[in-house]
Design a protein around this ligand. Sequence first.
Ligand code: PMP
Ligand code: GLU
Length: 396
Amino acid sequence: MKISKRAQTVPPSATLAVTSRAKELKKQGVDVIGFGAGEPDFDTPEYIKAAAIRALKEGKTKYAPASGVPELRAAIAEKLQRENSLGYTPEQIIVNIGGKHSVFEAMQAILEPGDEVILPSPYWVSYPEAIKLSGAVAKVIQTDKSNSYKITPQQLKEAITQKTAMLVINSPNNPGGFTYTPEELREIAKVLEGTDVVVLSDEIYEKLIYGQTEFVSFASLTEDAYNRTLTLNGFSKAFAMTGWRLGYTAGPVEIIKAMGRLQSHMTSNAVTFCQYAAIAALQVPADETIEKMRLEFERRGKYMAERLNSINGVECLEPTGAFYCFPDVSGQYDRTINGTKIAGSMDFAKALLEQAKVAVVPGLPFGRDENVRLSFACSMEHISKGLDRIEKWLSS
Ligand code: PMP
Ligand code: GLU
């Protein structure tokens, strides 16, 4: 059977693969603790579900405009103004089928063969594949643990060439669990002035920030930043709506229109009645359930990082955003555990699942083989039990 080179070079998503492997084992009766899924364990808030049911009953079951129903685009524009101090008209906003689709479509609309995309590592697993599928090349910047895995303005300066078409910024970060401060982002924005680099600012974890962390939208920093930025967001994480598949992109109208043309052929609109539910989600911004989720994530992240740091050869930054711990476990490499040599993150994750029945995502597909990712979007009990197992396994 003929399979295109394009498809042959794309591996399956490592995050989804680990999650489905853990679910499969559970189904077979194996007592697995899964730290794979980057998916809130909470259910979608009731008021959002009620709005979807209402929309269904009202017959919002037909095709809608490919770029999104006008009421949702208007509600997103309002949200971006109210919460992020960003002035976008509805024409500058497109509703996509999940944030993953936003990333893919934005890259398809902007990039072409020969372009370079600056991608700070660690990065979310789907960026390099979306870059590759656009024909562009990812120029990965390796960051330092001592700088909380963030790029420095100097590193960025050195990475920019004539071919640089885009910079991907993801803060709060998956898998790193870190967040850039407004000052750090301002310095990045300054480096970009005078270039033609478009910034893809993936803000999907904006609501999940902890401690004293401040979130600021990149496009709101300066006029120059606004003009070069695509602001990407979605409903999956903040509203526990992963299965609804709703994301959006806001930015310069020519880019949004180009994305709309692609979308009109590739997928058409995001599910119509889900878009009406999304309007309800945005109109109750200070909803208590969301703040409750955030507080619970904060408690879990702190606990998980503390427990990880108490293990020999494991170093973990306390997460300031998203719902991931990304410990450096390289202090445990080159050991043999129960007959298996642990040479890198792939071996580590595989052996941990096979021997101790704990699922984590190896760091390699996120660009850092020294680390593994543990999601804390699961109950405290689950976290505590999983960490007991990891501790025991590493001391064996
Ligand atoms: N960006 C980042 C950084 C993510 O972690 C995710 C979650 N998978 C997404 C975008 C896309 O999420 P979704 O497609 O569910 O909106
Ligand atoms: N973004 C989540 C994660 O990183 C969900 C899985 C995916 O879409 O990659 O685990």
